[in-house]
Design a protein around this ligand. Structure first.
Ligand SMILES: C[S@@+](CC[C@H](N)C(=O)[O-])C[C@H]1O[C@@H](n2cnc3c(N)ncnc32)[C@H](O)[C@@H]1O
Length: 288
């Protein structure tokens, strides 16, 4: 007779109904919308967390996700569900636009303060806000006169830890010119450690862009970079994001999106500005 005693226990399974329930819940919490084509990606991570938490099956895990007071498990899972792809000087033409076109216009508009506030959301592991900091130092003479603040946010707490540490792979730094690499990084084994001056120029914060209570204190920005996030949202969460940005921006402020993202399709709150280097969006100067 065959003995079944040594057969491994079957792992937890995620049914289509479970996937749909989770998809709706996660969308409401984060704005991220998973299509059916992402099912394998989602199921794999759910199974991983069901096993790690010892909740045994989707039902038990889903109850924990929804009712755990600390929200710790939702954060753990969110960290696994996000796509953090990024690298230094990605879509560099926008940084050229920042120093050649956007900042000169902002500076002309400013009469009552010498502070320029830049919000970079999502930051992922920090390559984008750090690229902005280096770009300003290297290419913008106004850096000496203006008090530039760069605040960079992401929903993913583990990627923010990596951003603050500022240690990168050779793939991540591959587009950085050699003199900048030499000036701003120290090679440690196979990795590149960003110097503390640049790291200290950026403040990293955890923010869920889809949760209005979390963005309330983000105000008075002159420039916002929101690149390669809206592609993970559906039209409704994109619209909410546009309204959040509008509230966060000074009159006359600018917003830069990723190359495959467009604000005009989502919202009429901003006007399109076509600069020689890039197309960006602007909040009207007349509004308050
Ligand atoms: C593909 S990366 C883009 C990074 C960088 N802006 C770039 O273009 O290279 C997308 C990031 O969006 C973050 N993200 C996803 N949903 C978010 C939300 N609701 N609020 C804030 N950040 C979010 C993810 O954690 C991830 O790090």
């Amino acid at each position: 007779m065959t003995s079944y005693a040594s057969l491994p226990e079957p792992g937890p399974t995620i049914t289509i109904e479970d996937f749909l329930k989770f998809k709706e819940f996660f969308y409401r919490r984060t704005g991220i919308s998973f299509e059916a084509t992402k099912r394998y990606f989602v199921d794999k991570r759910l199974v991983e967390r069901i096993e790690a938490t010892g909740t045994g099956n989707f039902r038990g895990y889903f109850t924990m996700l929804r009712f755990q007071a600390s929200g710790e498990e939702l954060q753990q899972l969110t960290n696994l569900m996000t796509v953090n792809e990024t690298y230094f000087l990605r879509e560099e033409y926008q940084f050229q636009c920042l120093v050649n076109s956007i900042l000169p216009e902002i500076v002309r508009q400013k009469t009552n303060s010498n502070a320029i506030r830049i919000w970079c959301i999502p930051s992922s592991s920090g390559e984008e806000p750090y690229s902005i900091a280096m770009y300003l130092l290297e290419h913008w003479s106004g850096i000496r006169e203006w008090d530039v603040e760069i605040i960079s946010s992401d929903i993913d707490t583990s990627i923010l830890r990596r951003a603050r540490a500022g240690r990168y792979s050779s793939r991540s730094v591959q587009h950085i010119p050699a003199p900048w690499l030499k000036k701003y990084f120290k090679v440690i084994g196979e990795e590149y450690q960003l110097c503390s001056d640049i790291r200290e120029a950026v403040e990293f914060t955890r923010v869920n862009l889809s949760e209005p209570t979390e963005t309330l204190s983000y105000r008075n920005f002159d420039v916002i970079f929101c690149r390669n996030l809206l592609i993970y949202f559906d039209d409704i969460s994109r619209q909410t994001a546009a309204e959040t940005f509008y509230e966060a921006m000074n009159p006359g402020a600018f917003i830069c999106l990723g190359h495959s993202e467009s604000m005009s399709r989502i919202s009429s709150l901003f006007k399109v500005r076509k600069f020689p280097e890039a197309i960006v969006y602007q909040k009207s100067l007349e509004t308050k």
